[in-house]
Design a protein around this ligand. Sequence first.
Ligand SMILES: [Zn+2]
Length: 490
Amino acid sequence: MNDGDLVLRGGRVIDPESGLDEVRDVAVRGGTVVEVGDRLPPGRAELDVAGLVVTAGFVDMHSHVNDIAGLRLQALDGVTTALELEAGMSPVAAAYRNAAAEGRPVNYGFAASWALARMESVAGIVLDGSLGTFLANIGSPAWQRPAGPAEISALLTRLAADLADGALGIGVLVGYAPGTGPDEYLRVAGLAAEAGAPTFTHARDLIEMVPRAVIDGAEEIVRAAGETGAHMHYCHVNSTSQRHIGRVLGLVGRAQAAGARVTTEAYPYGSGMTGIGAAFLAPERLAERGLTPSSLTYARTGERVASEARLRELRQADPGGLAIIELLDEDDPADRELLMRSLTFPGAVVASDAMPLTWTGPAPDPLTWPLPAAAITHPRTAGTFSRALRLLTRDGGQVSLAEALGKCSLAPAQLLAERVPAMARKGRLQPGSDADIVVLDPAAVSDQASYADSTRPSAGIRHVLVNGSFVVRDGDIVAGSLPGRAVRAG
Ligand SMILES: [Zn+2]
């Protein structure tokens, strides 16, 4: 029997893998769960967690947050591992180096970035391993045009180098570069299949939105899985499918039944957020998605975009400036039902699409806490996991707590495990698991962030440990705690 450095005493332990759901003690030592049992011997430190649920920390497959402040908001939502997989980063080695140098409250990892590799090879943009490069150039037509054979082979070379450097897969923001040929997308999927790496796609426009499109965005993902054998992960089905969620999930379900490796994720909000310079937010294209300029709220000023002229002005002046986009109506029961379908789809994981903080004044020191009021983001950054748990298990949802927790922890860990063996120790709460642990009150867990108060931390998340160290204790951030480690492939 092992003595723990820390014993979490008397909580309701839920392990989504084994199905354990019993009152137990949990002993942690050296960043690892060493024992789960009854009446464990005293640890050097003890914490009474009676009446609370003790479970595996949440693995967020879709976080664009890459700074301490934003990741602390995610930790307060139960996240212990935040991965940038959809946009990705290139060069990925620089992204890992920068994160390690600054320190992170939660574990972190990156996919290779097709969009950045394309910006480099097609538009000659210099990369620095940050999302800032993508946002700064998001609206530039130079990188969105069809690529020639030499350009495609250059971007594949960059992606292959990133995979060799430990990238977790390949993020493919194909929806942001409408000039991309379907052949290029298949080549990227083929590279991923050869490397045994998953891809993470922000889908191209659906055929219902752009009837003249070269290929339907959903069919392109499914086809790539079928033709190349690659594992194609379909990012935020909720936001890119809008009111076609039923059609898209039907297609994915049939492909899965036929053996294609397609997986999905969703976040429980009706709005999206991205750089206002994105191709699909051009004034003349808004109608494709049933939008008008006033469907957009520009984060930096909080203004609803008043006119096409103002939208053009903002796209010109600040293309990477983030904007909230109203896609589905959270107050409309039919739209809420669509969001729930995307969350409850078999195998679908909860993933936040958490966004970088926008500062309306000067950015403070990275360790400043609490956050100054000048920070603005999408409420999904702070609230996705608690909101999903609330909606799935309480407010209308019929999903068991264990199953809902599994969508936040075990399912994403399993989805990534083939490429990332370290994932076998995450998403579980068993002896040998990483001590990435969340202690929560299941009756109280709830999002509190709103569009008006977007950085308000979730309620009901009492303690969060990352690699055995407290990042959240008694519902608040532990000052200076940066125990996050890199998650890399291989
Ligand atoms: Zn996206």
